[in-house]
Ligand binder design. Structure first.
Ligand SMILES: [Fe+2]
Ligand SMILES: [Fe+2]
Length: 410
């Protein structure tokens, strides 16, 4: 990227060497170019450090406006299937807009794959003044530059509007080429990461759905536990950086049930003590299987967290009998979500040895009873603060339960 800009600087100063500028002009031009060179470097660093598409979009438009010194920048992305350009981040616009390839200046730029430089927008045949009228804005000068990926495929168009205090010149066009190359590289990196992330997530979700589907009464369990866990995380103000760790730990928490023989896993009725022992080995297997899986670096704690979802605050849980301080916080969240789902869903045997008649049925417990049991386990089985959060936000949690059980079944 920066090599392209270095070539641009070399060409410019080759012209200066021929004596068209005074020494003073050359120095001030060199200083301006060095400033822009630094800005281009900073842009490269900034674009490579963004963690979401929205942030990347915002960084691109603000950096390009800064470097090219324009009033507004828009980044249009190409939707090849619809033969459209779309943008959701354009300076001065608050909603997503789409334009057909071939229509307007950006559309023409996409169609031709060539930059378009306009000094008098109002009198240009391809300029659509509709947006100016809607926004009460006056577009005077426009520079559109196509954005390609490394293999030369068109990915979008950078549109820069109203060069500050001047008209666009050839240097702006060359600088726009450097910016477009950086944007193309950053978009390609981001799309590759996004594809990998989507592929990973769909693999994990398919795996857990296949596991849950082994028994009709556990269908959807892993997904619901994940949704309840994320709900609790939001109420507990869990840091953004831990959300993915929690999500994948929750999705995979019962993966170890793969190691439990089907005649036990799908048994209709109470377990014998021996069967119960085998069943209780599943979190151990969850940890074992996940620790053999190659996980992204940010998910390195997933095996430990997922394997700890049956640990108890009082140390009487399994598989390790860890006590409060030794249990990962995210595992405590999953434990609360797991118990909530077990009690509030249909089950194939009484999961709670309570003293009330309704505890022995197979239907989901009434919500009052669910919260009563959870409160009973607060501070011994489950983390007291997390249980308190479920009570504090009971209405919202019940709404989520409704969405996951009733709406999903429709
Ligand atoms: Fe479990
Ligand atoms: Fe579970």
């Amino acid at each position: 990227m920066c090599y392209a800009y270095w070539q641009f600087l070399k060409n410019r100063h080759a012209v200066n060497d021929e004596g068209h500028m005074s020494q003073k002009q050359t120095i001030s031009s060199l200083q301006a170019d060095l400033k822009r060179y630094r800005q281009v470097q900073e842009m490269a660093l900034l674009l490579n450090s963004q963690s979401s598409f929205d942030e990347l979009f915002r960084a691109i438009v603000s950096q390009v406006s800064l470097i090219i010194e324009v009033d507004r920048t828009s980044l249009f992305l190409l939707d090849e299937d619809k033969h459209q350009l779309w943008t959701k981040v354009a300076e001065g616009l608050s909603k997503q807009i789409t334009i057909a390839v071939g229509v307007g200046l950006a559309g023409k730029c996409a169609l031709q794959g060539q930059p378009i430089l306009v000094h008098d927008a109002a009198n240009h045949p391809d300029f659509d003044s509709g947006w100016d009228d809607k926004l009460g804005y006056k577009t005077k000068t426009v520079l559109c530059y196509p954005v390609f990926n490394r293999t030369g495929e068109l990915k979008g168009v950078l549109q820069m509007i109203n060069k500050r205090d001047d008209l666009f010149n050839i240097q702006d066009q060359e600088l726009a080429e450097v910016c477009a190359a950086q944007v193309g590289g950053a978009l390609e990196n981001f799309q590759l990461i996004e594809e990998l992330r989507c592929g990973f997530e769909s693999f994990i979700r398919t795996l857990t759905e296949a596991l849950d589907a082994k028994h009709k009464l556990t269908a959807g369990h892993s997904n619901r536990v994940t949704e309840y866990s994320l709900f609790l995380a939001a109420k507990a103000n869990l840091g953004e950086d831990l959300i993915d760790v929690l999500k994948y730990s929750a999705l995979l928490h019962d993966l170890g049930k793969i190691a439990v023989p089907d005649q036990i896993l799908t048994k209709d009725g109470r377990f014998t003590p021996r069967e119960l022992e085998v069943m209780k080995s599943h979190p151990f297997w969850t940890g074992k299987i996940l620790s053999r899986m190659h996980l992204p670096r940010n998910l390195i704690k997933v095996p430990e967290i997922a394997a700890s979802h049956h640990e108890r605050i009082d140390g009487r849980g399994y598989p390790q009998g860890l006590a409060n301080g030794a249990i990962p916080y995210l595992a405590k969240i999953i434990a609360v979500a797991d118990v909530f789902d077990a009690l509030s869903s249909r089950r194939d045997y009484p999961k709670y040895d309570g003293n009330k008649p309704e505890d022995s049925g197979r239907e989901a417990l009434k919500m009052d009873r669910v919260f009563e049991i959870m409160q009973h386990g607060s501070g011994t089985q489950l983390d007291a603060e997390l249980v308190a959060l479920t009570l504090k936000h009971r209405n919202e949690l019940e709404q989520l339960w409704f969405d996951l059980h009733v709406l999903d079944d429709e």
